[in-house]
Design a protein around this ligand. Sequence first.
Ligand code: PAF
Length: 257
Amino acid sequence: MNIHDDLEAWLAFRRSQGAWPPGFVPTMGGLHAGHRALVARSVAENPVTVVSLFLNPTQFDQASDLATYPADLEQDLANLRAWGVDHVLLPRREAIYADDYRYRVSERDLATRLEGAHRPGHFDGVLTVVMRLLNLVRARRAYFGEKDWQQLELVRGMVEAFFMDTEIVACSTVREASGLALSSRNARLDARERELAPALHRSLVESPDAATAAAALSGLGFDVDYVEDLGGRRLAAARLGATRLIDNVPLEAHDGH
Ligand code: PAF
């Protein structure tokens, strides 16, 4: 596995490659079995797989969330090696944002709702870094999890709007047996919160409508940001203590009446 931390050298390397383009999995580190599923799919579908580890500061609206984001570089690299990744892109912040974030990508509709309404600037940060990473890697396919459904939709829309060549591949959310969606932020839950956390998914699936799901979650002690039906999915964000969890399910999955 090759680790690239110098973007100039990376670009020279990439331009020298004949048998390109690869599959690409962008990540912020803190890798778990959800990332493993994305990587496994890329490894199965492409001759070469590139993974980026870049904790993107521009998508964090809360400095404390960025500061406490769980990541262990040595563990992440050991995982990526074991998962069969060929190249890891490990850029420095100043190299990704050499323009000091003067240039950015914005979407003016979906990006203002749900996550966008609760996390100002979040999707500008996500779309801008994904655009930069896709241009650096020139992947044939890039893999995104459905857990971040709004992110996935916005990235798909950006790639279409800007005539970019990378195919965006959606991968199902990986869940614990309890139903809890895997997330790097789960590591921050204490024992009591961990027991409560699966109720987020359960309420989305079992409640007859979004308002009932929100009320059920509040009753259990979640601090609910939103539960809303949009684009054939039911989406939610809610806090347990200091940890904010998000999840979504296709509407046909809910069995309420
Ligand atoms: O989903 C994530 O981990 C991040 O939002 C992404 C796509 C790597 C961009 O920083």
